[in-house]
Design a protein around this ligand. Structure first.
Ligand SMILES: [Zn+2]
Length: 341
């Protein structure tokens, strides 16, 4: 038996004994997690804003040491440290080859087995997992864990928004994904990065990750501030990292004609007005991030200590205190919580 987090209903997270995951398909791997974490998207069911089949096992972000592999697995072996994404993918179909592994024709959602636990089963191990050259030192584990979702998602947001040299990038949302979108925009060479945040500790981390300007206003006023900072034009690139109607419209309206919105906040009740969209001249691209596309590059950047995405974990707790972790993120007392199984 192992320990794992289970949500029984809104606001009700318990850590309990669950049976050990085991190899089901010949393409599976079983990993032991040195650390796991709570995602901003886990707060949707926690707040009762997602319908769910209770009880549900929690967690879709993971790193781990391979314990066991199925008979058809060839690229990873027991003892290796591996990182994967929340969608397991074969990494060979046409969609994967085009860089959209999160829409792989064989994709499987990791949340089905739950990674806020001591052990996890990873389907399609060859396509999903990337092994590091050696087992990393402990201090790099949080950064690799961040690469599994929030860094990869922020990175996709920046790529989808076409952040790059000479560009002004605005970021709507100051959660872990938004903050790491700023880090990505900086790595991609953006000239100016505007963080939309009204929360002082997050503003500090935003600046550390490359934000050059902070806008505290929201809605109409936020859009007006972005325009004021960009000669009335709007930003070239806007990363949307919240997923509400308000944040999506704020992103679209903060973008200059011809500019790009990368939307990576999981959309909840977003309904785009066709006419406003038609006249905006804005490119929209986003969705569940194909994190697997970016993993090799992100792993190198972390291994060489060029980026430190693990700083988004501002609270670390034992797995048994997962409920406290959810509460802290729900109350915005923590940006992101790392759990030690
Ligand atoms: Zn595929």
């Amino acid at each position: 038996m192992m320990r794992g987090a289970v949500m029984y209903g809104p606001g009700d997270v318990r850590v309990e004994e669950r049976s050990d995951p085991r190899i089901v398909e010949a393409t599976d791997a079983i990993i032991r997690l040195p650390a796991t974490c709570i995602c901003g998207s886990d707060l949707w069911p926690y707040r009762g804003l997602d319908t769910a089949d209770w009880p549900m096992v929690m967690g879709h972000e993971y790193v781990g040491i391979v314990e066991d592999v199925g008979s058809e697995v060839t690229t990873v072996e027991p003892g290796q440290f591996v990182i994967g994404s929340f969608w397991a993918s074969d990494n060979t179909c046409e969609i994967c080859q085009a860089g959209y592994q999160s829409s792989c024709i064989h994709r499987e959602l990791m949340g089905a087995t739950g990674t806020q636990a001591e052990l996890a089963r990873v389907p399609l191990a060859d396509g999903t997992l990337v092994a590091t050259a050696e087992v990393p030192p402990d201090e790099l584990v949080p950064s690799f864990l961040a690469a599994s979702d929030v860094l990869g998602t922020g990175w996709f947001g920046a790529v989808a928004a076409e952040a790059g040299p000479g560009k002004t990038v605005a970021v709507v949302g100051d959660g872990a994904v938004g903050l790491l979108g700023m880090l990505a925009a900086k790595q991609l060479g953006a000239e100016r990065i505007i963080a939309m945040s009204r929360h002082e500790p997050r503003q500090r981390l935003a600046r550390e990750y490359g934000a050059t300007d902070i806008v505290e206003e929201r809605g109409e006023d936020g859009v007006a501030m972005i325009k004021e900072l960009t000669n009335g034009l709007g930003a070239h690139s806007v990363i949307e990292a919240v997923g509400t109607q308000e944040s999506m419209m704020q992103a679209i309206r903060s973008t200059r004609p011809g500019g790009h919105v990368g939307f990576v906040g999981v959309a909840h009740g977003v309904d785009l007005p066709g006419e406003a969209l038609f006249f905006s001249h804005v490119h929209l691209h986003g969705g569940p991030a194909p994190v697997r596309r970016f993993l090799p590059e992100l792993i190198d950047l972390i291994w060489n200590r060029q980026i430190d995405p693990g700083k988004v974990f501002d609270l670390q707790l034992p797995l048994d205190e997962a409920a406290e972790g959810y509460q802290a993120m729900d109350r915005r007392q923590a940006i992101k919580v790392l759990l030690h199984p």
